[in-house]
Each structure stands twice: as C-alpha cells, then as structure tokens.
Design a protein around this ligand. Structure first.
Ligand SMILES: CC(C)(COP(=O)(O)OP(=O)(O)OC[C@H]1O[C@@H](n2cnc3c(N)ncnc32)[C@H](O)[C@@H]1OP(=O)(O)O)[C@@H](O)C(=O)NCCC(=O)NCCS
Length: 170
C-alpha cells in the first residue's frame, strides 16, 4: 500500500474517516465524529495522510490535529522570565497512525510534520511560545520519549512541552 507524500487538510467528502483504526477508540471517534465539526467551529484543524487508492473516499493512514491554547508560566519547567498572564501555545491535540501502518516510522514522520507546521504557523504570524501535548497513555509516552526535546509539565507528567525556539531547529 503506497501513501501520498504530504499531509492535507481533512475533507470528509474525500477521506474515509470511519475506516481509520489506530487501536484507540477515542482517537478513532474524534476523527470520524468531531474533527470536521471542530474544524468548522474554528476549534482545531486536522490533517491527514492518505493511501493512494481508487476509492472515492481515500483510506487514512495517519492524522494529527492542531489547536491553540494557553498555559500558566508556573506550569512550564524553568521559564520564569515570562509574564504572569496566560502564555499562548500551539497544542498538538491528536496524533495517530492506523494499525496497519504502525511500527514503520509513520508516527515519527507525522510528529515531525506536525511540529514543522507549528513553526510555519508561528512564522506566518500566530504568536505561540511553545508547543504542548497531552500524552494518551504509557504506550504513547514511550513513543514520545524517543524524542528528547519534550519536557514534562511541573505538575502533570502526562503533559509535554517544547519551546518554539527548539522546534525552529528541527
Ligand atoms: C503512538 C503511535 C502514534 C506510534 O506510531 P508508529 O507509527 O507505530 O511509531 P513509529 O514507527 O514512528 O515509532 C517511532 C519510535 O517510537 C517507538 N515506539 C512507538 N510506539 C512505541 C511503544 N508503544 N512503546 C515503545 N516504543 C514505541 C518505536 O520503536 C520507534 O523507535 P525506533 O525508531 O528506535 O525504532 C501509534 O502507535 C498510535 O497511533 N497509537 C494510538 C494513538 C496514540 O497513542 N497516539 C498518541 C497520542 S498522545
């Protein structure tokens, strides 16, 4: 099964959101039921990598979702020179790979793609001090630990943080 080269914005009329299965029901349900709705409401934006196929609705191999958020400076490790008001960040709200493609490097590719896109958004004018993400479970933590750039939040080890300045170098 070959994949397209680039991630594209989710389009329910062209992408088979219901066929996606990463092994996590909440992640599957988000893609099939909420991603388009949230996109329309301006809450988040989802991008997909699809298989090259003849079907009208292309199978999805991987997806990620970006949103805006804010954090309290006291929750970020060693960032004391920031103002006291909420600090804007990009949130990597979702990232998942279909079971058929797991263990082949696609999760890493998806993550790098999402991180680079966050940098591009900032360069285009979106103010964000850092990127944050909430880790789904211990399996997902093992995945993110491969990438040494992430630091845990001071009060929540399942929430990870990486400064935008660090991402500019990847
Ligand atoms: C987590 C997930 C995205 C990983 O995708 P993947 O395509 O299997 O990951 P990759 O093949 O790119 O693996 C990258 C590295 O992470 C490691 N890794 C991936 N999953 C791992 C796990 N569960 N435990 C330990 N290491 C893991 C791989 O061994 C690989 O290391 P290597 O380069 O030294 O071989 C995928 O399993 C998934 O979609 N899971 C369900 C949803 C989920 O948990 N998403 C994360 C939300 S926070």
């Amino acid at each position: 099964m070959s994949l397209h080269q680039a991630f594209v914005a989710l389009d329910k009329s062209r992408h088979n959101t219901k066929g996606f299965d990463c092994g996590s029901k909440p992640m599957n349900t988000f893609l099939s039921r909420y991603a388009t709705k949230h996109n329309k409401l301006g809450l988040s934006r989802t991008y997909v990598l699809t298989e090259i196929a003849q079907q009208e609705a292309l199978p999805i191999a991987a997806y990620y979702t970006l949103a805006s958020s804010t954090v309290n400076r006291m929750d970020i490790p060693a960032q004391q020179s920031l103002p006291t008001y909420p600090v804007p960040v990009v949130m990597l709200a979702r990232l998942a790979v279909d079971k058929r493609f797991q263990g082949q490097g696609l999760g890493s590719k998806t993550l790098i793609y999402a991180l680079r896109q966050s940098v591009s958004l900032c360069k285009a004018g979106l103010p964000a001090y850092a990127l944050i993400l909430d880790v789904l479970d211990e399996n997902a933590m093992a995945f993110y630990q491969q990438f040494e750039m992430f630091q845990p939040f001071t009060k929540d080890p399942m929430r990870l943080f990486v400064p935008m300045k660090t991402l500019e170098k990847i």
